[in-house]
Ligand binder design. Structure first.
Ligand SMILES: [Cu+2]
Length: 470
């Protein structure tokens, strides 16, 4: 039997981070006490205290749920409940999740393990959990109404099955799904292979996270659950840049990143400076003959993609969704483009009616990151993130893979910013620039008004010739 102390050591969790723990004599006879996490930091991997050994995964801005061995099974206890999630410093969301956080803790087991999961519902409405991608008895599939009655508030259900195939899976409710997933109820599941597997490489670092999205009005705390597409917070494990931790690896490490998508749209996830291969999906490992090099993997809704690469280039490498609106925070999308528009007179007139009025974007939107404009409570700038050379001008689904020569094996701590060797960083040139031979007016309408070339430009618009009969 596992003691509380052994559990804490195994979890590598700071004492204060675990609000409620573990096994007492009464619980041993019944179900394990739920373990709760209240911090949004990336917790160290949970080396297995019992059962078969494996290299554990690191859940980005998350943690792995401890278990106990009992009656021949790994026993877990998930509690569905309202939580407060810090999505980034200055931005808190009132979500629903599991065991204190959204997403819930990662569940990690070994193929062949018998798994018993108690699910307690502390939500105001019924729920269930579906184990996305798993082979299991139909009655354990967690679809309320179809394979089981819903778990009513206050009730605890138990799911039990053998983790039959290795891979990366997800869990989420299959009851009032639209509401419960929009509120943040989801988690990752990793089943490690039982022994050396011909299609699953041993890796030095293994990360996992979920893509999710929220629509939270600046100044408010609770997501709008009716939103279908126009979300304003695009997140990884319910965190947005600059709140997403970096993925810190050692030079020449073989790195695996497992990414599941539980949003309402696809996300092309792009890694700078390296090529990777998709080595697995939630359907299983990809045979080597079916892999090809990529720098972007599109991850569709309800899919998991497992990418692998050798981190053989030192530096701070951007790692992000390539949809540019998904690397922004809390933005409105119904604004006109104002690049090149002289709105000086206009803003003065509007300011008489609305004293705080400010026109955005005469020079592009980058100015926005420099503006010291007051924000509503509980929101963060649209694009931000202090880098070593200024604002990174990013938000949302953005992080950095930090590849370092001296990152010790097993150390996931942030090594700080990369120091570029002499002569290996883009820098200002002091050469005099000759005016290139081109029309001075080309591109004029896309310049800020004060910087436009002097001469007027005539724009002629010819309507397409009408068709007969018009
Ligand atoms: Cu995206």
């Amino acid at each position: 039997m596992t003691t509380r102390r052994a559990f804490l050591q195994a979890a590598g969790l700071a004492g204060g981070a675990v609000a409620a723990t573990l096994v007492n004599r009464v619980a041993l006879a019944a179900l394990p006490d739920p373990v709760v996490q209240t911090e949004p930091a990336t917790m160290p991997p949970l080396s297995p205290p019992t059962g078969r050994p494996y290299r554990p995964v690191v859940t980005l801005n998350g943690w792995t749920l401890p278990w106990r061995m009992h009656r021949g099974a790994k026993e877990f206890h998930l509690v569905a409940e309202p939580v407060v999630r810090e999505m980034a410093p200055g931005l808190k969301a009132h979500l629903w999740g599991y065991n204190g956080q959204s997403p819930g803790p990662t569940i990690e087991v070994v193929a062949g393990d018998r798994v018993r999961i108690f699910v307690t519902n502390r939500l105001p409405e019924h729920t269930s959990i579906h184990w996305h991608g798993q082979r299991l008895p139909n009655g354990m599939d967690g679809v309320s109404g179809l394979t089981q009655p819903a778990i009513q508030p206050g009730q605890t259900f138990v799911y039990e099955f053998i983790a039959r195939r290795p891979g990366t899976f997800m869990y989420h409710p299959h009851a009032d799904e639209m509401t419960q997933m929009a509120m943040g109820m989801m988690g990752s599941w990793v089943t490690h292979p039982r022994e050396n597997h011909p299609l699953i490489a041993a890796v030095d670092r293994d990360f996992v996270f979920l893509l999710n999205a929220y629509d939270i009005e600046p100044g408010s705390y609770t997501p709008r659950i009716m939103t279908m597409l126009d979300f304003n917070l695009w997140s990884w494990n319910s965190r947005v840049f600059p709140g997403i931790d970096s993925l810190n690896v050692r030079l020449h490490d073989r790195v695996r990143v497992r990414i599941g998508n539980l949003t309402m749209t696809n996300h092309p996830i792009h890694l700078h400076g390296h090529e990777f291969e998709v080595t697995g999906t939630d359907g299983g490992p990809v045979p080597p003959a079916a892999r090809w090099p990529e720098v972007t993997a599109d991850i569709a809704v309800g899919q998991m993609r497992q990418i692998e690469f050798i981190a053989d280039e030192e530096g701070d490498w951007a790692f992000h969704c390539h949809k540019s609106h998904h690397t922004m925070n809390a933005m409105g999308h119904d604004l006109p483009t104002l690049i090149g528009v002289d709105h000086r007179g206009l803003s003065r007139k509007i300011a008489r009616l609305i004293p705080d009025y400010m026109v955005m974007g005469e020079r592009g939107m980058a100015d926005m990151t420099e503006m010291a404009m007051p924000l509503p409570d509980n929101t963060i700038p649209m694009m931000t993130g202090a880098g070593p050379f200024g604002s990174v001008e990013m938000g949302g689904m953005f992080s950095v893979v930090k590849v370092r020569r001296h990152q010790q094996p097993g150390n996931y701590a942030d090594p700080g910013w990369f120091r570029h060797p002499q002569g290996t960083r883009a820098s200002r040139s002091t050469h005099k620039v000759q005016e290139p031979p081109r029309s001075g007016s080309a591109g004029r309408p896309a310049m800020a008004r004060g910087e436009q070339p002097g001469a007027g430009v005539e724009v002629r618009v010819r309507k397409p010739g009408g068709h007969a009969g018009h």
